[in-house]
Design a protein around this ligand. Structure first.
Ligand code: GLU
Length: 422
């Protein structure tokens, strides 16, 4: 079913359009198709919080459990001023497909709270997080639905989720949430995991192109957890990062940008990215997408590459660090340009993969060395990359639809084995 033009920026419509195409290619049975198209459950919670000023504010929060066919729901919590239910729905469905692409035993879920974390104090954020968690205590659980960080939330947020849930169930439950601090049942390598997974995918793509990292120019949009860790790791591995920008702007520099220094500037000195001295030619987060490079990595947010601007891309490989950075309307334009796409549900799956390792370690009460985490991550990412590329060849589709086909096929098989309980 084609999506109406005005829906291009509706991420749920974008997610649905890909699901429809893949389901058709897969000749998915009508009933199974209908079951997988809709989420299992959705909830809206109203979160009363007394602000530092004494004023009472009511925030709106969501949690969508898209699927628990292959295991408990899994997915982050996003704190952002423009969160919508449709966005959370799309992100929840993407989590289902992402977990299935990398074959980890989770379903998909996502949460969001409409708030601006930059404008709230730490204690206000704590109260929002705790009340949101308290409202969802019956939904969350190590065997039910396991949250994690996403845009606007971090390790500290996850520690509050863990504590609030644990107080309600009356025992310390580390496995209810992932992306926690190391001192509280977190996993080694989790912070870097999404960035590391992106690099592993790029390494694999370079082999296909016969390119060495040293000859590979990379542009990264976004310098949050994903963009900063990916650029840092790739810089260390010899890739030349020639462009980087966050929402406030950034730099383009053919000679390469000193990423460790930039990281220190932003994360240790807490200074704005565009003020970094000697970064290079100043540019914006939007314009950086269209500068010439070998790998373009949008690692910020949704809807960056659209039908209006996709013709301006000048890269060989598009490696999606963010969820949904490319609209479904842009897909055919990107394909026509011959760009090799490493789709979000594969490319950024390193984060949830190490979340899975964290959950396993918490449940075992036995923690792994970082090398072990990284090796297992590498195995899973490489295998998944190969499977997606193989599916693209055998089904004669692009990598994105191949990833959806692989994922939907896995979920549908599990569903048929379980049957429909009546
Ligand atoms: N928020 C991340 C994602 O979109 C991580 C989810 C998780 O670890 O559960 O993949």
């Amino acid at each position: 079913m084609p999506v109406a033009v005005h829906d291009e920026l509706n991420v749920y419509a974008s997610a649905e359009a890909r699901f429809e195409t893949a389901a058709q290619k897969l000749h998915l049975e009508e009933g199974v198709y209908r079951f997988l198209k809709y989420p299992d459950k959705e909830i809206t919670v109203y979160i009363p919080v007394v602000l530092d000023s004494g004023h009472l504010e009511v925030f709106v929060g969501y949690r969508v459990l898209h699927s628990s066919v292959r295991g408990p729901g899994k997915g982050g919590i996003r704190f952002a001023p423009d969160v919508t239910l449709d966005e959370v729905r799309a992100l929840a469905a993407w989590m289902t497909w992402k977990c299935a692409v990398v074959n980890i035993p989770f379903g998909g879920a996502k949460g969001g709270v409409i708030c601006d974390p930059e404008k709230l104090s730490k204690s206000e954020l704590e109260r929002v997080t705790r009340r949101y968690t308290a409202s969802l205590c019956d939904w969350f659980g190590p065997e039910r639905d396991i949250p994690a960080p996403d845009i606007g939330t971090d390790e500290q947020t996850m520690a509050w989720v863990m504590d609030t849930y644990s107080m309600h169930v009356r025992h310390a439950t580390t496995a209810v949430v992932t992306g926690k601090p190391l001192d509280l049942g977190g996993s080694r390598g989790r912070k870097e995991a999404t960035g590391r997974g992106l690099m592993i995918c790029c390494d694999k793509a370079l082999k296909k192109f016969g390119l060495a990292p040293q000859n590979c120019r990379v542009i990264v949009q976004g310098f949050g957890n994903v963009g900063s860790q990916a650029s840092l790791l790739m810089h260390q591995a010899g890739y030349r990062i020639i462009g980087i920008a966050d929402v406030h702007g950034g730099f383009y520099n053919e000679k390469g940008i000193d990423i460790p220094k930039l990281h220190d500037w932003v994360y240790t000195q807490r200074k704005p990215l565009p003020d970094f001295p000697g970064g290079g030619e100043k540019t914006t987060a939007q314009e950086i997408l269209f500068r010439p490079c070998d790998i373009l990595m949008p690692a910020a947010t949704e809807n960056q590459i659209t039908a209006q601007n996709a013709h301006r891309l000048d890269c060989r490989i598009l490696c999606e660090g963010a969820n949904g950075p490319t609209t479904s309307h842009a897909d055919p334009i990107v394909a026509k340009k011959g760009i090799f796409v490493i789709p979000d549900i594969l490319a950024n799956a390193g984060g949830v993969t190490v979340s899975y390792f964290e959950w396993v370690q918490d449940r075992q009460g036995f923690f792994w060395r970082e090398q072990e985490v990284n090796e297992r991550l590498q195995d899973i990412m490489e295998q998944s990359f190969d499977q997606v590329v193989r599916y693209a060849e055998t089904h004669d589709v692009d990598n994105r639809i191949a990833a959806y086909i692989l994922a939907i096929d896995r979920v549908a098989r599990a569903l048929k084995l379980r049957g429909f309980y009546a």
